[in-house]
Design a protein around this ligand. Structure first.
Ligand code: HAM
Length: 415
């Protein structure tokens, strides 16, 4: 590793690439805005208990992946591993606990101490939404439909959407018992993680990726039969609304999701170019408890990993064009021309053009090379003669044509 490489699992994002991020963020803001969502920016770190209580102490994220540190006053703080808990903390300042709906979206860095791999970073970026304060299966369906709409707009059309119901706490008592009984009888043939899950979180066994475990999981009892009629109807309405909205999905009873706050609907999206094990987005309905709160905040939402969306777009050959395509490069021959061009650059920039210019005294050839290197669309050339004639030579770099234009026509010739 070079001395100046970023920490493994983090990355420097140079202009060509940040343009791709910006496209995702701007399209999200546009699409989510059409559904009544406004942007909420919350801090990058929170008191550690916001995540411990919010995501659940036994979750993998809280147990193994958080970047936690003490501030000078000895308070434990954590870099956000996801957006939902912090957003809920912020929304306590509104009337969400009294059933007043809030629709917010966010994007930014998230931090998880995972082993870095393709599509898995320690600092990554999410774009997400939360619809908070109200409960209705139609809202869950609308949320999935909006995610689908957003993905289409960024060119990711053929996604695989898996959905499932987690029921509510009461639904999980009998169904959890049935699963525990079944898995306890097979646990000797299952992986070490599943042995821990059997005691700590039986549901996480369902999405174990080990083949030996999968062979056992496929014959597990159908836990959904233990869910109340109300919960089953809730999920049925989610599915019917998705059908009406023409959103394609499959119901996957093994989909559990890794955070403890989910109730009712959960969903996860993947794309065949990355494989089904790499989720490009996930979410669901939740009841999230915050420190000092006896009642949970209720909402539905999702987050997509921007790096993963960009991997899919790259595999599909979708890329934002360089925004330097319309760059104008000013070539100056001699001190006087250089001074005049510095002034001209200011005027053109104030009129909205992108302008780069030569500020050293270099040869015409060297300056033209620079113009080429930065991908300029036009080069404006001025030397003593042009200054005397109050004109400039404008070279169109695409077709190679050159024109002499009077000074007052320069701007018009460049747009
Ligand atoms: P999550 O499934 O943990 O959900 O993360 C959402 C997305 O973030 C994943 O589908 C993936 O695309 C991306 N992601 C997660 N970890 C990494 C990583 N280490 N490197 C790159 N990308 C990653 C949540 O975070 C929930 N807060 C979503 C939610 C919002 N649920 C309800 N509202």
């Amino acid at each position: 590793m070079g001395k100046f490489s970023p920490v493994p699992g983090t990355a420097d994002i140079f202009p060509e690439e940040s343009m791709q991020y910006r496209k995702i963020e701007e399209t999200g803001a546009d699409i989510f805005g059409r559904y009544g969502y406004g942007e909420l920016r919350t801090p990058t770190f929170e008191y550690t208990e916001v995540f411990q209580k919010g995501l659940g102490d036994d979750t993998e994220v809280v147990q193994k992946e958080m970047y936690t540190f003490e501030d000078r006053g000895g308070r434990s703080l954590t870099l956000r591993p996801e957006g939902t808990a912090g957003v809920m903390r912020a929304l306590l300042a509104t009337d969400v606990m009294n059933g007043v709906e809030q629709r917010v979206f966010y994007y930014g860095s998230m931090f998880r101490g995972e082993r870095p791999a393709a599509g898995r970073r320690r600092e990554f970026h999410q774009i997400g939404v939360e619809n908070v304060g109200r409960i209705a299966p139609e809202l869950d369906a609308e949320c999935i439909a909006m995610l689908y709409h957003f993905l289409q707009e960024i060119g990711i059309k053929d996604v695989d959407i898996r959905i499932n119901s987690r029921g509510v706490a009461e639904d999980r008592i009998e169904s959890g018992k049935a699963l525990k009984e079944y898995f306890a009888a097979h646990i000797n043939d299952m992986c070490d993680d599943c042995k821990v899950r059997l005691e700590k979180n039986i549901w996480r066994i369902l999405d174990c990726k080990q083949q030996a475990c999968r062979d056992i999981i496929k014959d597990a009892p159908d836990y959904r039969l233990f869910f109340s009629e109300e919960s089953r109807n809730y999920f049925k309405t989610v599915c019917e609304t998705l059908d009406a909205l023409k959103v394609p999905y499959i119901v996957d009873p093994m989909l559990v999701r890794g955070l403890d706050y989910y109730v009712h609907t959960v969903f996860e999206l993947s794309h065949n170019c990355l494989g089904s094990a790499i989720a490009i987005a996930g979410g669901g309905r939740y009841e999230l408890y915050l420190p000092g709160q006896s009642r949970p905040v209720r909402g539905v939402g999702f987050a997509a990993g921007i790096e993963r969306l960009l991997m899919v777009r790259e595999a599909l050959g979708i890329k934002e064009e360089s925004d330097r395509k319309d760059l104008v490069y000013l070539v100056s021959l001699g001190d006087e021309a250089r001074k005049a061009n510095i002034e001209l650059a200011g005027i053109l920039r104030r009129n909205g053009l992108k302008v780069a210019l030569e500020v050293e005294n270099r040869s015409m050839k060297a300056q033209m090379r620079s113009a080429n290197n930065c991908g300029a669309a036009f080069v404006v050339i001025r030397g003593e003669n042009e200054l005397a004639e109050k004109c400039a030579v404008i070279k169109n770099m695409t077709d190679g044509t050159e024109n002499k234009v009077p000074i007052e026509k320069i701007y018009d010739s460049l747009i």
